[in-house]
Design a protein around this ligand. Structure first.
Ligand code: URA
Ligand code: CA
Length: 431
């Protein structure tokens, strides 16, 4: 291991054998934390090329279970977002793309953050369960084209261990390490094609477009190296996506979007990502053709109907798609008044996310309980006008003690006297 550390420290390229030796040795405990830490720091400073990143990714994949989706007919397409605030796209995209004939075998997580993950959001639906055996999962995707389950306990254990070590050695924000970490989980989950939504801006992991582009390019290169058709878009997260932040609130917003009545930014992002998934899934020859298909399954109600079938198949109350008042609701709805009049210039997504987390919408540590009913409904987007005293947001809470959330929202939504243009949602595409 000393030789491998030294080689990377000196900026040399590592072989597949050397990288696999490290991953297996760290996983079986024969390589200690201090050597792994030094090695991660060497990668942090010297980087890794696409081939090394692919070796690291596949070595991590092979330490755990790999989901075999080969008995599902068709090209299986997965989507991954690098995380934002109020991002409910999976709930919309899964039925949307499946309604166009692309099988969606989705493994989702809970995660830490401003709201729960996709699984928590689905559990806001009364009765919905996310435990299916592998056989049930495969059968449901063959029957319905759609299933969503929790991540298997033993997917990429090497990534789990290395991530925990990176967290305490200041080596999380290394692009080769992030790219291989994300891609190892996607590859182990079994998809043939992967569409990535790399977020940039205040509410994202990658704060600048340059960093987001570098991460996207790394992940696409890894996918190509290992024979999975992978592509990425860069999308803006300088303001929250849609209007809602909170679990049940986001389910409601997803249902509205499936009805064609959702926020324009959320709808557009789903159409762009969905078009890529449909082309990758071989159901359309061009993005234009794919977009027309998506628009028609929204217009004729079949995407929404499929969401209802997914809910019923996994034990939930499918009536929710017609009557969102069946979702959990919070006791209090409290307006956050605008302190001045003007144009919305900034809505700092991460701080508004924190305001939602303080209400109980998300987890700070993995054992925190989530309150599925609470959250924030924004009334405006960047560029809109507002009058003093008009609500900037409505807080949905189960306590009246929401002063900290109110002040965070008022502090991190900037109102200016001069007109402001809205940020461009979809940036470059990387293929
Ligand atoms: N998300 C991941 O899954 N891995 C990283 O390294 C960073 C973010
Ligand atoms: Ca901020």
């Amino acid at each position: 291991m000393v030789d491998v550390i030294e080689k990377k420290r000196n900026g040399e390229k590592l072989t597949n054998e050397e990288i696999t030796f490290f991953v297996n040795g760290y996983t079986d405990g024969s390589i200690p934390d201090y050597q792994a830490s030094a090695f991660l720091m060497a990668i942090y400073f010297q980087g890794m090329d696409a081939e090394e990143q692919a070796s690291l990714t596949m070595a991590m994949v092979e330490t755990g279970d790999q989901i075999d989706l080969s008995s599902i007919k068709g090209i299986k397409v997965d989507k991954h977002s690098t995380g934002g605030v109020g991002d409910t796209t999976t709930l919309i995209l899964a039925p949307l793309v499946a309604a166009c004939g692309v099988p969606v075998a989705k493994m989702s997580g809970r995660g830490l953050g401003h709201t729960g993950g996709t699984l928590d959001k689905l559990e806001a639906i009364d009765g919905f369960h996310i435990e299916l055996s592998e056989a049930q999962f495969v059968k449901q995707v063959n029957d319905l084209k759609l299933a969503v389950i929790g991540q298997s306990g033993n997917l990429t254990p090497a990534d789990k261990n290395l991530y925990a070590l990176r967290d305490v050695t200041a080596t999380v924000d290394s692009i080769p390490l992030i790219a291989s970490s994300i891609m190892s989980k996607k590859i182990a989950a079994g998809a043939d094609a992967i569409v990535l939504d790399v977020k940039t801006g205040d509410g994202a992991f990658m704060k600048t477009v340059e960093e987001a582009r570098a991460l996207a390019e790394s992940m696409v290169a890894i996918g190509k190296q290992v024979g999975r058709n992978t592509m990425a878009i860069i999308s803006d997260m300088s303001q929250p996506l849609g209007y809602t932040i909170g679990n049940a609130l986001e389910v409601k917003e997803a249902i509205e979007t499936l009805k064609g009545q959702g926020p324009s930014d959320l709808t557009e992002l789903c159409l762009v990502l969905g078009s890529k998934m449909i082309v990758a899934g071989g159901k359309a020859n061009s993005l234009e053709e794919a977009r027309t298909m998506l628009e028609s399954v929204i217009a004729d109600g079949s995407a929404l109907e499929l969401f209802g079938k997914l809910i019923e198949a996994q034990g939930g109350n499918g009536k929710i798609i017609q009557d969102t008042s069946l979702l959990p609701t919070a006791t209090y709805q409290i307006e956050v008044p605008a302190p001045t009049s003007g144009y919305i210039a900034k809505m700092e997504a991460d701080d508004i996310g924190v305001a939602a987390m303080l209400l109980g919408a998300g987890r700070a540590t993995k054992d925190d309980e989530i309150d599925l009913a609470v959250g924030i409904v924004l009334t405006k987007k960047i560029g809109d006008t507002i009058q003093q005293g008009e609500p900037l947001a409505i807080i949905h809470s189960n306590t009246q003690d929401v002063e900290r959330s109110i002040s965070l929202i008022q502090k991190h939504i900037t109102i200016s006297n001069d007109p402001v243009s809205s940020p461009q949602l979809i940036g470059e595409m990387i293929t």
